[in-house]
Design a protein around this ligand. Structure first.
Ligand SMILES: O=C[C@H](O)[C@H](O)[C@H](O)COP(=O)(O)O
Length: 230
């Protein structure tokens, strides 16, 4: 599992803090990544202690982890509602995020946007004044070149994500490819998000604009919780 970034203790504090917010009877979106994994494990312990929840996984990884932790699952298309989603981020600035370091951002965005409340769990290494992390763009395999050309026209530098323990590209849970697109400093995330979304062949991108209800930032000292403004 990807563990880059801050300390595991900081991630654990953030994940446990968000899991504490989940009420009995809730349907919970289960984000992907090393920080959301701590929330899933904490939910599993809460289920052992009697909490009644159903989890909606956002990836193969979060489904497996939830199974191991004992969190009962419901598929996204069977869930009548999602009360709260808990998810990580690769970078945040103000209320906006870059996600998709684990290539799970397409399903994450569907679940996170459908949730009544989205709680984002992060550590201090994710904080920025302006977003500048390369934006993962999931593309239909045949559209890789045309999307890469369009991204270059928007001022981005696209790189096909390659696998670490397989020759060739990363293939997402949805059977698609990922272009990591470096736009430098992203001063207008909403406009860039619209441009990339409108590009034929793009399945989903990792810019999450205006979706967050609450941040849980774990550090070695504790957890800060706040609601973004604007
Ligand atoms: O595709 C993966 C997700 O968007 C993750 O939530 C994101 O990459 C953050 O992961 P981590 O908590 O491991 O840094």
């Amino acid at each position: 599992m990807k563990t880059a970034g801050g300390s595991d203790d900081a991630k654990r504090r953030a994940g446990e803090s968000a899991a504490d917010r989940v009420h009995d009877g809730a349907v919970v979106g289960l984000g992907t990544g090393s920080t959301a994994a701590h929330a899933i494990r904490a939910l599993g312990r809460a289920v052992d202690a009697g909490l009644d929840v159903q989890g909606v996984p956002t990836s193969f990884q979060s489904r497996q982890l939830a199974r191991e932790a004992g969190v009962p699952l419901v598929d996204l298309d069977d869930a009548e509602r999602i009360d709260v989603a808990i998810d990580g981020a690769d970078q945040f600035a103000g209320a906006d995020l870059v996600k998709g370091g684990g290539a799970a951002h397409a399903r994450e965005k569907v679940v996170d946007a459908a949730a009544d409340r989205l709680l984002i769990v992060v550590d201090p290494s994710k904080r920025a004044d302006v977003l500048s992390h390369p934006v993962p763009v999931e593309v239909l395999p045949d559209a890789r070149t045309t999307v890469a050309r369009a991204v270059a026209e928007y001022g981005g530098d696209p790189t096909l994500r390659t696998a670490e323990r397989k020759d060739g590209p990363v293939v997402t849970d949805n059977g698609n490819l990922v272009l990591d697109c470096d736009f430098g400093a992203i001063t207008d995330p909403a406009t860039l998000a619209r441009q990339v979304s409108q590009t034929p062949g793009v399945v989903e991108h990792g810019l999450f604009v205006g979706l967050v209800d609450e941040f849980h930032l774990g550090s070695d000292a504790g957890v800060d919780v706040w609601e973004p403004t604007g």
